[in-house]
Design a protein around this ligand. Structure first.
Ligand code: ZN
Length: 392
């Protein structure tokens, strides 16, 4: 078998849900997997030792092309030996392409065939991002999985507008592939790892767009698969459309995606969303919810959300989640966490974020076990019933 940048094997299935192993040039990870988001090279409020600790054991995290490019800048990261060395993380890294961040700038951007012009949120300077620039940046970052540069249409975009956006995404996917291949052949990727059974090169994932239009989504998938990528993502969801529309798209496209490649649902979601995605055959997820909500005083637990600000926890000596084995739940009470939060202590955000990440990662561990033992549907039902039973 010819060497490839990644190796993906599905070794158990239950309905459309699948469990497998994704081997990257920086270690193995089991799927379905949740990937904590480290936008500027930091999973907010979390030390890397904690990400590696047994109660989290995150095998892959995200970095963000747009943010790292604007600050500290690619020359800085290249001079420091790439993103892994710069941030002190040896495990796998996936970088998004910047397409989504530029899209979310709204009227501050101008799209042309060549790429997107916009003003930096850091210093207001005029910047230009294109498929080629995005591939150059991601090679300098040296991430293990690179995303193509795409154009995202709003969730409610009418058919003609969504078609133009989808076709532009397809042309940009081709240009991303071409530039990526040149960079790999010239050895310009800072994260190369030689001496494994893999090629040591970066892997490149394509992104399916097409808003809420199924014909466009199917066409986008076909065109993306025709170009050929190491994995495939569904993008442009969770961008203002109804949740039912999102699941309609994933339900239609998920099962049509190549069975032998990882399937990644970008930017999703709550614990219940992860289970819904897994049920439709998705292997990879990322979301800012566990970290962002942790910083604003909200914990995800097996009995639903806990708002640590509520006065009902003032003297509650129980942990955030009595079913959780994380180091925060083993040591601290809701009363103490509430006290920290109300006092404005930064430790509140750190501890809540740790628990939230543990909850997301442990949920995925249990999802994988349930798929392997053919009990995913039962697990999902029990999980959902428990979450809906409410924290008390
Ligand atoms: Zn916990």
């Amino acid at each position: 078998m010819p060497k490839s940048p990644i190796n993906f094997q599905v070794n158990a299935g239950d309905g459309q849900a699948r469990a497998g192993v994704l081997r990257t040039r920086r270690g193995e990870l089991e799927t379905p997997v949740f990937m904590p988001v480290g936008t500027v090279g930091s999973v907010k409020a979390t030390r890397f030792e904690q990400l590696e600790a047994n109660d989290l054991d995150a095998r892959i995290i995200l970095g963000n092309t747009y943010h790292l490019w604007l600050r500290p800048g690619i020359e800085t990261i290249r001079a420091c030996g790439g993103l892994h060395k710069f941030i002190g993380w040896d495990r796998a890294l996936l970088t998004d392409s910047g397409g989504f961040q530029v899209w979310s700038l709204g009227d501050l951007r101008k799209i042309s065939e060549e790429g997107t012009e916009f003003r930096s949120h850091v210093d207001g300077s005029r910047q230009f991002l294109s498929p080629e620039v995005s591939m150059d940046i991601q090679a300098a970052l040296g991430s293990d999985i690179v995303m193509v540069f795409d154009e995202c249409a709003p969730g409610q975009a009418p058919s003609n507008e969504a078609r133009q956006s989808m076709e532009l995404t397809a042309r940009w996917a081709s240009r991303s592939r071409q530039r990526f291949d040149v960079l790999q052949s010239e050895g310009l990727d800072t994260g190369r790892v030689e001496g494994t059974t893999l090629t040591g090169a970066q892997a490149l994932f394509g992104i399916v767009q097409g808003a809420s239009h199924m014909d466009l989504r199917r066409e986008s998938l076909n065109r993306t698969v025709d170009i050929g990528f190491d994995g495939y993502a569904i993008g442009g969801l969770s961008v203002g459309e109804e949740k039912s529309v999102m699941w309609e798209v994933v339900g239609e496209i998920g099962p049509l995606m190549p069975v032998d490649r990882p399937r990644y649902l970008m930017g999703v979601g709550t614990p219940e969303d992860l289970l819904a995605g897994v049920a439709l055959g998705v292997d990879m997820f990322d979301c800012v919810l566990p970290t962002r909500n942790g910083r604003t005083g909200q914990a995800f637990t097996s009995r639903g959300k806990v708002n640590i600000k509520n006065s009902q926890w003032t003297t509650d000596t129980r942990p955030l989640d009595e079913a959780c084995h994380c180091s925060v739940c083993q040591r601290h009470s809701r009363a103490y966490l509430r006290h920290l939060y109300m006092s404005g202590e930064m430790l509140a955000g750190i501890l809540l974020t740790h628990h939230n990440l543990a909850f997301f990662l442990d949920t995925m561990r249990r999802v994988r076990q349930s798929i392997r033992s053919g009990k995913f549907t039962q697990f999902r039902q029990e999980f959902t019933d428990m979450v809906n039973s409410g924290a008390d």
